[in-house]
Design a binder for this molecule. Structure first.
Ligand code: ADP
Length: 498
């Protein structure tokens, strides 16, 4: 391979260079219409570049490129595909700092606490799945002595992946790495707010992958995402985003009778028992609430149920810990907390804060200091807020805010905490904090969520099966089963030996 891309550490330059492009069939190309739309830096409100304005014609081109490339890709041995995917991981590791800086610029997520970490997990997802090629095996079925019956895992064909803006590279990787290793070709539609880091990832990977195997489009949901879902040659959709959009996608997929994986919202409970190690629980609350991601996480621990014996101490220590965090320029190494992604999302969070302020008796503890400096004056910064004395029916405690706002509720009996935790339309993540093994195990079994933790609140990582129950979605990601169950068809082959 000649002329490998070299990392560009200036994200502003990179955003400009990538402006106006999709990547289809191995080439950076303009939209069929030539149109673009602005992408802004949430920390300053300034335009950093333009995304290509993808529409049905671009979807057609990308799906055609994927379809043309897929058969040959599927014709490679699974291990060979895995090897190429693992080679992508090596290149992505070399570009990790570059990608971290770029995603910090477009999403407003702090480089040190979030964006650099995301770039690392991105590469790790390809390492993980790159090693799983030989696990695409079937079974032998002891059906009849006269027949040799085996099952085969076959690729679906062209997979459409639609991703959100909060952890765009990592969520994309958890979709496309298993899809590719399983022998599919993919067309990704990036989120309108954050197209560049994913496009750059695609460009880097296209140095290793055959052209057309991994294509990427930018554009708005209804104009670019919807035609991708509806396209007759797309045989599977994997989506992360809102419940609302998930429903629309599921309807189209139902009409086409194609499978979907849907990772939707959450309102994840964290239960702190009276015997918990309080310092650990407080640290876990900060991590779990994803304050460093401005709370913009489906798994954010946005409902905290704390035993009455430790409630006040917990709130006090949590406030002190969040107060010590620095809100500021995402690219500054000193920054812990960056900016909210978009004016719409900022307004949505403000709307919830207004409801909180108008709720009689509810207390709202604003933490940490707003950033100083004129450069950031137009940035979409929100101070983290800890709400207490929240009525059980308050939208702040029931709806997904996707901002740095958490509610702390008091409970007395374990049964009450279980009932409250499970009284939600969502079922994505949950955690219990206790020193008692029996309490931990009971809660582990009873909490209605797909991703349950005891005495920790880590994020989804390659290898850990991840996904929701109830309105949080359908299907699992990040694990071996995700590749086998969600990106292959199972064929039964019955050979008559007589
Ligand atoms: P959010 O509110 O976080 O932006 P969305 O569910 O609207 O969540 O967006 C997640 C992803 O889904 C984005 O890439 C967006 O462009 C895409 N999207 C939005 N509407 C549609 C749609 N009707 N069909 C397909 N994709 C869509």
């Amino acid at each position: 391979m000649t002329d490998r891309l070299s990392p560009t550490l200036d994200p502003f330059q990179l955003a400009e260079e990538l402006s106006g492009k999709h990547l289809i069939g191995g080439n950076l190309v303009l939209s069929a219409s030539g149109r673009t739309f602005d992408v802004t830096n949430p920390a300053t409100g300034k335009v950093i570049g333009q995304a290509a304005y993808g529409e049905a014609a671009d979807v057609d081109a990308a799906v055609a490129a994927a379809k043309a490339a897929q058969a040959e890709w599927a014709g490679l041995s699974a291990r060979q595909r895995g090897k190429l995917v693992a080679e992508c991981a090596t290149l992505l590791t070399q570009h990790a700092e570059e990608l971290g800086r770029l995603v910090a610029l477009e999403t407003g997520k702090a480089l040190r606490t979030e964006s650099r970490v995301e770039a690392g997990v991105l590469a790790d997802a390809f390492v993980f799945y790159g090693g799983l090629g030989s696990e695409l095996k079937g079974e032998s079925v002891p059906h009849s002595p006269d027949m040799m019956t085996v099952t085969l895992r076959e690729p679906i064909g062209v997979v459409g992946a639609i991703i959100p803006w909060n952890v765009p590279m990592m969520l994309m990787a958890l979709k496309i790495a298993p899809a590719l290793v399983a022998g599919n070709a993919v067309v990704v539609k990036t989120a309108e707010e954050a197209p560049f880091a994913c496009l750059r990832t695609c460009q880097i990977m296209n140095q290793v992958l055959p052209p057309g195997v991994f294509n990427i489009l930018s554009g708005y949901g209804p104009e670019c995402g919807a035609p991708l879902v509806a396209h007759p040659d797309v045989g599977k959709i994997t989506f992360t985003g809102s419940v609302e959009t998930g429903r629309i996608i599921y309807q189209t997929a139902a009409h086409k009778l194609i499978p979907v994986t849907l990772e939707l919202g959450g309102k994840s409970p964290m239960i702190v028992m009276g015997d918990a190690d309080l310092d650990r629980a407080v640290a876990g609350a900060v991590a779990g609430m994803r304050f460093t991601r401005q709370g913009q996480s489906c798994t954010a621990a946005s409902r905290m149920y704390v035993h009455e014996d430790v409630h006040d101490a917990f709130v006090e220590r949590l406030k002190a810990k969040v107060d010590a965090m620095t809100i500021g320029d995402p690219l500054d190494e000193a920054t812990d907390i960056g900016a909210i992604i978009s004016p719409q999302q900022f307004e949505r969070v403000q709307g919830y804060l207004r409801i909180g302020q108008e709720t009689p008796g509810m207390k709202m503890l604003r933490c940490a200091s707003m950033p100083a400096g004129t450069e950031l004056a137009d940035g979409l910064f929100v101070q983290p807020v800890i709400c207490t004395d929240v009525p059980a029916d308050s939208p702040l405690g029931r709806e997904e805010i996707f901002g740095p706002v958490t509610c702390v509720f008091k409970f007395r009996e374990f049964e009450d905490a279980m009932a409250a935790a499970n009284d939600s339309e969502y079922g994505l993540a949950a955690s219990i904090w206790t020193r008692d093994l029996s309490t931990a195990m009971q809660a582990g079994k009873r909490l209605e969520a797909g991703f349950v933790q005891v005495n920790q609140n880590i994020v989804v990582l390659p290898g850990l099966s991840y996904g929701g129950t109830k309105h949080s979605g359908i299907g699992r990601e990040a694990s071996l089963e995700a590749m086998l169950d969600h990106f292959t068809h199972k064929k039964t082959l019955i050979i008559n030996m007589t």
